[in-house]
Design a protein around this ligand. Structure first.
Ligand code: ATP
Ligand code: MG
Length: 421
């Protein structure tokens, strides 16, 4: 026998049973996005590598070690998107979306690709949905962004197991002040830091704050806090965000060590984590990125967004509040005798056109086997068609739940079923 081809390490097959959960989640996402007036955008799965190098930052984990890149026939370096903010901003600039409206509120969903060590909740192809609001510099936009994800958690019934962590990295002036303060604090301990953090001490000292290395963690505990280095405008922005969250009764925890791994953040940054997960506990991360549109060749347009990992979110949903996504088959047609098989496709086609979800056996099996299949599919009704029934233009319609059975004319089947569901 030829060898079986196996799937690539760190990617998943989403099978129909699981896909029903995904669809239930997707319906909630679409509904909430609609209510918050966000429009869907579907950028391409791959982009020029340059976009991520410039947009996400050369020094980030994503760009320095996680990207799937390839060279195409014209020797252009392309990369499977590891995240979608850069792609959305590229699309916003290229399609002149600011001309349509000065604030563009966009959402997306799709697969992302990162070459990291696969483990529970961490895959090489994983799905994200996310939102970006491009155009407004004001704190009410930050708050709407956070409320938007909170609304999805509420719809899913899992808000109770999720914590919102928030911090501000301020504008570039505030970050420069903080950078020096942090370096001054760490300098005497430089050789006690992990190797990675020693390198980052010059290139990106803020990243030392979210290092997982125990040596770094120990030192960082007493480091100066970024919110103490915010200039007046940045402090004011952050204060207003917190005030509005209070007014809206959205609870949060201020996390002085939250910096997020990407280069483009300014001002508000946040993460939603769940205690229903293990080590990979972040289900959503985001923040404001006021300089990115300009850095990618657009005008100076402020923006804010977040992205959430669907596999991780569904792990939480599964443990806390499973979605009701049982299969829904209204009717299974059971055909007795091969002579009637020619009639079956036409009958069920008409019932399907009328809106019922219908199936029938395509293996020409016995009545018993057909009945078992109807059961397996969770059919609410079975319609039995034998020679006598066909001659009279009826089926024996059996309600699986109540056990009731009656003779119903072909053209009454849909009405009878609709009346009883
Ligand atoms: P982490 O700290 O877990 O590595 P991250 O900061 O790299 O997350 P982001 O780039 O902010 O994550 O992506 C947003 C969300 O996407 C995360 O909160 C998480 O839910 C999900 N996510 C990120 N990487 C993966 C992955 N490899 N597999 C599954 N989900 C992921
Ligand atoms: Mg990561």
């Amino acid at each position: 026998m030829p060898d079986k081809v196996q799937r690539v390490k760190g990617v998943n097959d989403i099978l129909p049973n699981e896909a029903r959960q995904w669809q239930a989640l997707e319906r909630i996402i679409q509904d909430v996005m609609q209510r918050y007036a966000y429009g869907e955008i579907r950028p391409p799965i791959f982009e020029k590598t340059e976009l991520f190098a410039r947009g996400v930052g050369e020094d980030t984990d994503i760009v320095s070690k996680e990207m799937y890149s390839l060279t195409d026939m014209s020797k252009t370096s392309l990369t499977l998107r590891p995240e979608l903010t850069a792609g959305v901003v590229r699309s916003y600039i290229q399609n002149n979306l600011q001309q349509i409206s000065p604030v563009q509120k966009l959402w997306y969903e799709g697969p992302m690709f990162r070459q990291e060590r696969p483990q529970k909740g961490r895959y090489r192809q994983f799905w994200q949905f996310g939102a970006e609001a491009i155009g407004s510099p004001h704190p009410e936009q930050d708050v709407e962004m956070i409320a938007l994800f909170q609304a999805i958690l509420d719809e899913l019934g899992i808000a109770g197991s999720v914590t919102l962590k928030i911090n501000s990295v301020g504008d570039s002036e505030s970050r420069a002040t903080y950078r020096s303060a942090l370096q001054d604090y760490l300098r005497p301990h430089l050789n006690e830091l992990s190797e990675t953090s020693q390198i980052r001490f010059e290139s990106n000292p803020l990243r030392i704050l979210d290092s997982k290395d125990p040596r770094d963690k120990e030192l960082v505990k007493d480091a100066p806090k970024i919110r103490e280095c915010l200039n007046e405008a940045s402090a004011n922005h952050y204060e207003q965000v917190l005030k509005m969250l209070d007014i809206m009764d959205i609870s949060y925890v201020q996390d002085d060590l939250l910096v997020r791994g990407l280069d483009y953040y300014t001002h508000t940054i946040f993460e939603f984590t769940s205690d229903a997960l293990g080590a990979q506990d972040a289900i959503c991360g985001g923040g404001r990125y006021n300089d990115l549109v300009h850095e990618l060749g657009g005008k100076e347009v402020p923006a804010i967004g977040w992205a959430s990992g669907i596999e991780r979110l569904l792990l939480v949903v599964e443990t806390i509040s499973p979605l009701n996504a049982s299969p829904e088959l209204d009717l299974f047609l059971i055909v007795l005798g091969d002579d009637l098989r020619t009639q079956a496709p036409q009958l069920i086609r008409d019932w399907r056109i009328a809106g019922l979800s219908c199936d029938s056996d395509s293996l020409r099996r016995s009545m018993k086997a057909q009945m078992r299949e109807a059961n397996r599919q969770g059919a609410k009704f079975v319609a039995i068609l034998g020679e006598d029934e066909f001659a009279m233009g009826v089926v024996q319609l059996k309600n699986f739940e109540s056990g009731e059975q009656e003779s119903v004319a072909f053209n009454q089947v849909v009405g009878t079923i609709n009346d009883s569901i």
